[in-house]
Each structure stands twice: as C-alpha cells, then as structure tokens.
Design a protein. Structure first.
Length: 295
C-alpha cells in the first residue's frame, strides 16, 4: 500500500442498473464531476437511471479503455464484477457502498463528495489485490476460463449431493475428498464465502491463498493456507455421477464433467483499489463483523 499523487481527468461511473439507491449516488457524483469540469463516462446500462446532457454512455466492456479512474457505486458484488471485467485495463477503482457489508466499497454515501474530492486531489492510498485465474481442462485442452477477485468454488451443482475429487498443489498430491466442494480464496475473499466455511481471515498484505473444504465427509479436514504463487489443481473423479460446476465470485459459472481438471493460479495482473487516507482495514472488520471495540 502506498501514497500516490496521480491526477485524474476522465472518470468512469459504474453501478448496478435499476437500483434507486445506487442511481441516486451516481447522479450526485455525475453532477459534481461535470461541475468540476471532469470528463465523465457512464456505464451504458445506467442510461435510464440518471439524467445527463454531458456524459458519454458506453458499454462496460470498453469503458475502462477510456477512463483513468473508475468509481463503482453499489455493493461488493458490483466491485467484484468491475474488478474482473476491467482487470486488463489496470485502471484504479474507488468503491462507494450502496450494498450490505461493503468490504470493498468502503466509502459511505453520506461522505461521497468529501472522499471523492480528496481522492481527486491525490489524497489516497493505493492497494493492489491479486485475483485468481481458473481454467477447466478436458482431454488436455483448455475448454473454459474465468477470473475471481474473491474465490473460485468447485461444487456438485446439485443440492444434497457430494463431489469426489483429488487435490494437487504444485503437482504434489495433497488428498482425495468427498465433500460439498472446495473454496479457493484470495485474502480479499477470506471475509466472504470462505469465512462462512470456517476459513481464516487473511490480511490483504499477505500473499497467500486459502483452501476451505465444504462439509467434507471426514473428521480431519481443515483449511490450508498456501503460497499465492502455487498452482492448484483439482481432478474430478472419473466415476463422479453428478454435474459439478466451477463458480467464480458467484457470478461466472463453468460446467464440469467426470475426469475434468481445474487449474487455479494467481492472475498476472492485480486489481487496483484506492482508499481515502482515513481507511482502516481492522476498523472495517470490527464494524462489518461486529467485533468488540476497545475498552
């Protein structure tokens, strides 16, 4: 994490369409940025949510090519989606919380103009969060790939069914397992699904991946923390009778077949997040998770 003084000229506004709360904040941001003479780009699907005579509306797929700062308004799901879809452009992002928990969208809507003004004036810290790349391999051919900011989850695809697989880390056999699946999480995702599965909270500064079993049919299985540069592979049992799936951040899904392999590695690019200077990671944990405060 480092203090930076990058200046911005072209600002992109992303958010969840047809969400009145998000639309209200996006309109406020739009009006403020136009008044301050910034070039403003807005996600095309928000064109009916806000009123603008000056902004350019364009698809999410290309908006990152034109912007040098992206402001995401919504919940963590909106930030996860933006992180995955904009990763190739390497544009820094700011999250405005209009969702529930808001681990990634850490600016409150009541302070949005104040905090955004500070960031536009170069008063911020930049944090890089690594993301995961997942590939599905069948008959030695890559048949599908996706990315995940939080986690890659392998699951049976059906309720009350078990998945059989083998786990390898850096080509070394770890174990075979029958379970409801496996969560492979980044430090960013350690406060999400992996936390619900009994995994540890990992500081974003730690370069590690955590593997959390989901209801394993054993008394000895525990989460494993590995080096983030490891190559993780799962091999679906050849006699697996169900239709398992790979899910990336709960938003992108890929179907699996018996004997398929799933390879998971750190992505070559990182997600760039800007925080106000007042950002405190552990204060966020205390607030969002209801921890006890200092006596």
């Amino acid at each position: 994490m480092s203090l930076s003084q990058q200046k911005f000229k072209t600002i992109a506004l992303l958010g969840k369409p047809q969400n009145p709360q998000a639309a209200e904040t996006i309109q406020v941001l739009h009006d403020f940025l136009i008044e301050q003479k910034y070039e403003v780009l807005v996600q095309q699907s928000l064109s009916t949510d806000i009123t603008s005579q000056h902004a350019q509306f364009m698809p999410r797929t290309v908006i990152g090519e034109k912007a040098d700062l992206i402001i995401v308004v919504g919940g963590d799901g909106s930030m996860l989606n933006a992180g995955r879809t904009q990763i190739q452009h390497q544009v820094p992002m700011v999250g405005i919380n209009r969702g529930h928990l808001g681990f990634l969208t850490d600016v409150r809507p009541t302070e949005v103009i104040e905090r955004v003004t500070e960031i536009l004036n170069g008063e911020y810290t930049e944090e890089e969060r690594f993301i995961l790349n997942a590939e599905v391999i069948r008959d030695e051919q890559i048949i599908g790939k996706s990315t995940a900011v939080n986690e890659v989850v392998i699951h049976p695809g059906e309720i009350s069914k078990m998945l059989e697989f083998e786990l390898f880390i850096d080509q070394q056999f770890v174990y075979s397992q029958r379970s409801d699946g496996l969560i492979i999480s980044t430090p960013t995702g350690s406060t999400a699904y992996a936390l619900s599965g009994g995994g540890p909270i990992i500081s974003p500064k730690v370069d590690a991946i955590v593997l959390v079993p989901m209801f394993p049919h054993t008394l000895s299985s525990r989460p494993i923390v590995v080096d983030a540069n490891s190559t993780i592979e799962l091999a679906i049992a050849p006699d697996n009778r169900h239709s398992p799936m790979v899910s990336c951040d709960g938003q992108e899904n890929m179907a699996l077949a018996p004997s398929d392999r799933i390879r998971i590695q750190k992505h070559s690019l990182s997600m760039r997040i800007l925080h106000p200077l007042t950002h405190d990671y552990y204060e966020v944990l205390r607030t969002k998770l209801g921890w006890g405060h200092k006596l």
